[in-house]
Design a protein around this ligand. Structure first.
Ligand code: IPE
Ligand code: IPE
Ligand code: MG
Length: 249
């Protein structure tokens, strides 16, 4: 069930409430460059990135956008220097501990997607706890992609479907888009309407490969730690000017 927003707080007057995206996905990129520009170590960029994400979550909730999905760590990000990977895992763990109470109070339903079994044990436990404690919340569905890869996601869906076929529970001609989508991590939230990428990179970096078939793309030069309410407002204005044709005329 898609969570229903309760009250819209301060929706900017130039936004049409009836044409807001129902699901926003964001590739939070540029933390390292942000830190470098300030003469700080990369990890400081990741710290500030958490604040930007909290602000975006609050904004989506206030403006009645029922689903937000954020790319926090890709299957390729393990290839970074060990100390950065360690820092990120510790940061995720700590942020979850610190923010859980507020997410419960704010009626946020948190969800994680990706190959979660390969994450550090303590982080897995925090993930489990936060999903359990917020499972009945309804103000917004907030999904964090962690150890997520679009290709990995498609492969695990194929494996699950192949197993059903092998067991005789499914015929190959029964495999259609709807069935396939049931095996994706996003089965409960669906496709994003708007995909935002910060820091100006013109690529998708293995994010939501299946789901972005008809997402509107918005790429900004702004680095993730600087992506605030004003920037999000701008992205939504651009989104509302788009003509979503879905292949029709
Ligand atoms: C995004 O910022 C955060 C993660 C991938 C975890 P980066 O760390 O990729 O920052 P840049 O792209 O190096 O500036
Ligand atoms: C994408 O950013 C992954 C996340 C934001 C978690 P990257 O910084 O890893 O992407 P590339 O390396 O520029 O493609
Ligand atoms: Mg990057």
């Amino acid at each position: 069930m898609t969570p229903k927003p309760t009250v819209l707080q301060n929706l900017p007057a130039d936004l049409d409430e009836t044409r807001l995206p129902k699901h926003v996905a964001v590739i939070m990129d540029g933390n390292g460059r942000w830190a470098k520009r300030q003469g700080l170590p990369r990890i400081m960029g990741h710290r500030r990135g958490v604040d930007a994400l909290k602000e975006l979550l609050r904004c989506c909730k206030d403006w009645g956008i029922p689903a937000l999905t954020a790319y926090a760590f890709s299957t390729e990000n393990w290839g970074r220097p060990l100390d950065e990977v360690d820092f990120l895992m510790t940061l995720f763990d700590r942020v979850l501990r610190q923010e859980l109470r507020e997410m419960v109070q704010e009626n946020v339903k948190i969800n994680f997607m990706g190959n979660l079994g390969a994450l550090p044990r303590s982080l897995q436990a925090e993930i489990e706890r936060s999903m359990t404690e917020t499972q009945h919340n309804r103000s917004i569905q907030f999904t964090v992609a962690m150890n997520y890869g679009g290709r990995e996601e498609i492969l695990q869906a194929c494996r699950a479907i192949a197993t059903s076929v092998q067991q005789g529970l499914l015929q190959p001609d029964q495999i259609d888009e709807a069935l396939f989508e049931k095996h994706l991590y996003t089965s409960n939230v669906g496709d994003p309407d708007l995909l935002i990428r910060t820091s100006g990179e013109m690529r998708v970096s293995n994010f939501l490969l299946w789901q972005m078939a008809y997402a509107e793309l918005y790429i900004t030069e702004t680095l993730w730690p600087d992506f605030d309410r004003t920037e999000f407002h701008r992205a939504l204005c651009v989104y509302q000017q788009r003509d979503r044709r879905f292949g029709k005329v």
